[in-house]
Design a protein around this ligand. Structure first.
Ligand SMILES: [Zn+2]
Length: 298
C-alpha cells in the first residue's frame, strides 16, 4: 500500500479508536547528519520513516563549522547521529558534548579503505570517501543497518529504499566510467581548490591537483600556488575547476596567470540548494561528470 495512504488510513482508524497524536507509526524517527551529502543519503534510505536534520547545509564547508544552539537542540532530540568520520568533522565532539546527545553515533564511512596523503611531510587521512561511488554503496549499507537497528519495524522499507538507491549508484558508476573513457587520456587532469577528489581520481582514472590540502582549514601558500602554475604551464593542463564550498578567487587568479580556462563548478563537500544542479548525492555526480566532460572533451 502507498505509505501516505496507509498513514491516512491508520490515522483515521486511530481517530475512530480515540487515540490521539503520537501514534507510534505516524511519528518519524528523528536523526541528525553532519553535512548535506550524508543528509541526503540518510533521507534516501530513511524515506518518510525518518526526519533528518543536517548541520552543515547546502554549499557549506563541513571541515570548518561553528555549531549553533539550534544544532545542539536538534541533536539532543535525535536517536542517531550520522557522521562521515575520517577526521572530517573536527567540530562534532564539542557539539555532541554540549547537546547531551544520548543516541547512537554511526560512522557512515566505516569499512571503506581510507586514502592517505603526505602533506607538509605529515601523513594525513583524506576524508572525502563519498566521491568514490563504490564507497557510497558502503555508506548506504551502514545507514540502512543503523536505521534497521534503531527502528526494526521499518526493516522492509529501509531494505527497499536502500536497494533502489544502490541500483541508482550502480547506474551512475557506469555513466561516470563511460564519460571518462571518452576523454583523451592526456586531458584527464584537473585543478581544484582543495584536495577533495582524490577518491574520485583513484576510482575513475583521473588526476586531481589542488593548491590547498585535504582540508580547507589552512590556506594555500605562495609556494604551493607557484608550483601549480608551473605545472599547469608545463603539462598544458586545459582547465581549472571552482568548487561550491571554496572561495573562487585563488582559482580565478591561477586561470588568469596560466591561460587555463575555468571549466565550471564542481560540488565537492556539499550539495547545492534545492533549486541548484546538485540537490542529491546522485545529482552531484551527474553535475560533476557533465561539467568535467564538457570542459575536457575538446
Ligand atoms: Zn573537503
Amino acid at each position: 500500500m502507498n505509505r501516505r495512504l496507509f498513514f491516512f488510513a491508520a490515522a483515521a482508524f486511530a481517530a475512530l479508536l480515540g487515540v490521539g497524536p503520537g501514534v507510534q507509526a505516524a511519528e518519524p524517527m528523528k536523526v541528525s547528519a553532519s553535512f548535506s551529502i550524508l543528509g541526503d543519503m540518510v533521507k534516501q534510505v530513511g524515506g518518510d520513516r525518518v526526519e533528518v536534520f543536517t548541520f552543515v547545509g547546502p554549499n557549506g564547508d563541513a571541515h570548518v563549522y561553528e555549531p549553533t544552539p539550534a544544532d545542539a537542540k536538534e541533536l539532543s532530540e535525535s536517536k542517531i547521529l550520522f557522521i562521515n568520520g575520517l577526521g572530517l568533522e573536527g567540530w562534532m565532539t564539542r557539539l555532541e558534548k554540549s547537546s547531551g546527545f544520548k543516541g547512537t553515533v554511526v560512522t557512515a564511512s566505516k569499512g571503506i579503505t581510507p586514502r592517505k596523503m603526505v602533506e607538509d611531510e605529515k601523513t594525513v587521512t583524506d576524508p572525502h570517501a563519498w566521491q568514490d561511488l563504490a564507497n557510497g554503496k558502503i555508506y548506504v549499507a551502514n545507514i540502512r543497518d543503523a536505521l534497521i537497528a534503531a527502528d526494526p519495524g521499518g526493516n522492509a522499507t529501509y531494505e527497499a529504499n536502500a536497494q533502489r538507491f544502490l541500483d541508482g549508484i550502480a547506474q551512475m558508476e557506469t555513466t561516470v566510467k563511460q564519460a571518462i573513457a571518452k576523454l583523451p587520456p592526456e586531458r584527464r587532469k584537473i585543478i581544484t581548490t582543495h584536495d577533495a577528489f582524490g577518491y574520485f581520481g583513484a576510482a575513475y582514472g583521473m588526476e586531481f591537483i589542488a593548491p590547498e590540502g585535504v582540508s580547507t582549514e589552512s590556506e594555500a601558500s605562495a609556494k604551493d600556488v607557484a608550483k601549480i602554475i608551473t605545472q599547469i604551464k608545463k603539462e598544458k593542463i586545459p582547465a581549472v575547476f571552482l568548487e561550491n564550498v571554496t572561495d573562487s578567487r585563488l582559482l580565478n587568479q591561477i586561470s588568469k596567470e596560466t591561460g587555463a580556462k575555468i571549466g565550471g563548478t564542481l560540488y565537492s563537500d556539499a550539495l547545492s540548494p534545492p533549486d541548484g544542479p546538485a540537490r542529491t548525492y546522485l545529482d552531484m555526480f551527474r553535475n560533476n561528470i557533465d561539467t568535467i566532460a564538457a570542459a575536457l572533451s575538446s
